[in-house]
Design a protein around this ligand. Structure first.
Ligand SMILES: Nc1ncnc2c1ncn2[C@@H]1O[C@H](COP(=O)(O)OP(=O)(O)OP(=O)(O)O)[C@@H](O)[C@H]1O
Length: 642
């Protein structure tokens, strides 16, 4: 890069912000890389560094109207800090049009529609992208549009006959029966989305959808290839377990009318998306892509809210056009850690419905269910293929009421439910760290007691029980650092358990240490997010192994072979997605209010199946979090609808 005095102020300010921890080193370096590619201007550097910084915060692009208005809030900076950086590049354009004019003149920027020579920045309307994200959004939008629009011939009468068999006529919990409607609608296109909160029956429904596809496929049924997948190993194992259970109950009920055990037997294990696509070490590329597509007819993907933009693009690229994709997930949960809020974007119309006359007619013919008038409209082709399940079957109690209030942004109601005195809910504000630690000592006691007693009977069965007990309780944090973060709490909990004689922490590895895998490791077969417990190896005295529970199955790896792990008495809410604990404790930090959002609190609450405890620095902090929505800038919705 050529030294340029006019840019000196920008670089100085960039360094100050980096040292203050407000700007990633990468964002400054990215601006430097852009500058190195050709003639540069201060505003190009400013836009590049902001774009890169926003990418690190999950946004897939930078809206130029936001840049013109000043993106301090998006960046989580004060207005003064933004002005200090922007001031080094003044005078700046006052609106998006002005920004477009300036950026178009830069050789590092490709304006969509103009001659493309692989510039790293892409300007699509008023959105500035890193090329990779623009390409991914384009791919996802195009694939989803084509799939949603590809209407299939459906024998509506046969579908209805089978749906009446598969869904019992016992008193319906909701009218219309959205589960039945979801099955009917999924028959029509090569993509369908079934969204809903915890316990609304997404897995229950998809098991019936599989049975329905099997039933109406006739002679083809025996050849149908079905794949189950999820973003994490744990979610995949849970999906398989729930589908097997639902199909086995169905098989008992429908009997010889449909050989469902044959379907279960042919389904195989559920896999992580990484493994399904054929991830390879040291490369982002997968073995499967449009040149080597997946060998499937029906692909079910659970916990789709955790699927980030790049992964969704890879998945759609690898899926043959003839295959049906069914996405299951809760659109209101936290978006993926990486850039994009794909499920949220795809489900934009889910609440309102927006069903066309043709959809209303088809849905009635194929399911016998009438979609109420209020859900009629003129939604996109994807909206016609999306169904929201609205009634929770195992989440109606106080935890469910709390989740509903939080999701609706009703701070008063959330406070009332939390203070209702119901033993399933507890709320501590103005607490100290030692209160959380004490709760952790009590919560983890059951598995530690079992460890102290030692193995009795068959070793695997004992390990399973220890793991199940450990999985019944968890501390969830909003942040990693500090005394209210994962790191501080893991340390404090470990120390206290040690002091109480419940653990003996000799070094890095010790009996009873819970760990979370932080990177996929194909050598040992463990994946990012997997959680295991360190226990003595019964066959090699003095040696430690980490045991993982996948569904009902126990598997283990020599502790010293696991290189990317961290202690997991406490974990982030992000990492807890796809898991459920009998008692979940959510710890909100004392400062860093800006990262506390409604989606984070909702995701934390919905991890609890029987008991939920909240620690918040003040009562006001909870209200502020509930009112703060996660916002991720993306152009995906516009591309799908456009
Ligand atoms: N129509 C129904 N009739 C009877 N039981 C149902 C029905 N729908 C769901 N259930 C039951 O409700 C429970 C929750 O269903 P399911 O696990 O499918 O929900 P989910 O939306 O997949 O939940 P999660 O998001 O937690 O995975 C299960 O025990 C299931 O058997």
């Amino acid at each position: 890069m050529k030294p340029d005095d006019s840019l000196a102020g920008f670089w100085l300010e960039t360094r100050r912000l980096t040292e203050a921890g407000m700007l990633r080193r990468l964002s400054g370096a990215f601006a430097g890389f852009i500058a190195s590619l050709g003639t540069t201007t201060p505003e190009l550097l400013l836009a590049s560094s902001v774009l890169s910084e926003l990418e690190g915060r999950g946004h897939s692009c930078l809206l130029l109207t936001d840049l013109a208005a000043g993106p301090a809030a998006l960046l989580g900076w004060s207005e003064e800090d933004w002005q200090a950086l922007a001031g080094t590049c003044a005078p700046l354009p006052k609106n998006a049009k002005g920004w477009i004019a300036r950026l178009c003149a830069c050789e590092q920027v490709w304006q969509v529609g103009e001659f493309d020579y692989d510039q790293p920045l892409v300007l699509d309307g008023e959105r500035l992208y890193l090329r990779r994200y623009w390409r991914d959004e384009r791919l996802v939008a195009q694939a989803i549009r084509e799939r949603a629009g590809a209407a299939r011939e459906v024998d509506a009468q046969a579908a209805r006959r089978w749906l009446d068999i598969l869904f019992t006529s016992a008193r319906k919990a909701e009218v219309p029966d959205w589960q039945k409607l979801a099955c009917a609608i999924a028959l029509r296109g090569s993509v369908a989305i079934i969204t809903g909160g915890p316990g609304t029956g997404k897995t229950y429904t998809v098991a019936r959808l599989l049975a329905l596809l099997f039933a109406i496929a006739g002679e083809e049924a025996g050849r149908q290839r079905i794949a189950l997948a999820a973003p994490t190993g744990k979610a995949a194992a849970r999906l398989k377990q729930s589908i097997d259970k639902a199909l086995s109950e169905l098989a008992d009920r429908v009997g010889a009318a449909l050989p469902l055990r044959e379907l279960t037997a042919r389904m195989g294990a559920a896999r992580t998306l990484h493994s399904l696509l054929g991830a390879r070490p040291d490369t982002r590329a997968f073995a499967h892509h449009r040149g080597n597509p997946l060998d499937v007819d029906v692909l079910i993907v659970d916990e789709a809210s955790m699927v980030h933009l790049e992964m969704m693009a890879s998945l759609l690229d690898a899926l043959p056009p003839s295959a049906t994709l069914i996405l299951l997930g809760d659109k209101d949960q936290l978006a993926s850690v990486e850039a994009g809020a794909v499920l949220g974007d795809l489900c934009h119309d889910a609440q309102a419905g927006g069903y066309s006359d043709a959809t209303l007619r088809f849905a009635f013919e194929a399911s016998g269910e009438q979609i109420p008038e209020q859900y009629a409209g003129s939604g996109s082709a994807l909206a016609q293929q999306t169904v929201m399940l609205r009634h929770s079957r195992r989440f109606g109690g106080p935890i469910g009421q709390l989740a509903l209030a939080v999701n609706a942004g009703d701070v008063t109601r959330a406070g009332e439910v939390l203070r209702s005195g119901d033993p399933a809910l507890r709320w501590f504000d103005h607490a100290h760290q030692h209160h959380v630690v004490q709760l952790a000592v009590d919560g983890y006691q059951p598995y530690l007691e079992l460890l102290a007693e030692g193995a009795t009977g068959e070793h695997d069965a004992w390990v399973r029980t220890v793991l199940q007990r450990f999985e019944a309780f968890r501390i969830l944090c909003a942040v990693r650092e500090g005394e209210w973060g994962v790191e501080g709490l893991n340390d404090a909990i470990g120390q206290r358990l040690d002091a109480a004689g419940l653990l003996r922490r000799g070094g890095e590895w010790y009996v009873g240490r819970p760990v979370m895998v932080t990177r996929n490791d194909y050598g040992t077969g463990v994946f990012n997010g997997d959680i295991g417990l360190t226990l003595a190896d019964p066959d090699r005295p003095g040696s430690l192994r980490v045991y993982f529970l996948q569904g009902e199955e126990v598997r283990s790896v020599l502790a010293t072979r696991l290189r990317h792990v961290e202690t997991a008495f406490a974990m982030t809410v992000h990492k807890s997605q796809g898991s459920e604990f009998r008692h979940t404790v959510l710890v909100l930090p004392q400062d860093r209010g800006s990262i506390l959002t409604r989606e984070l609190v909702y995701t934390g609450i919905t991890r609890a199946s029987a008991e939920f405890t909240l620690f918040s620095p003040t009562s006001a902090a909870l209200g502020e979090a509930i009112l703060r929505r996660t916002h991720r800038t993306s152009g995906l919705r516009g591309m799908i609808e456009g």
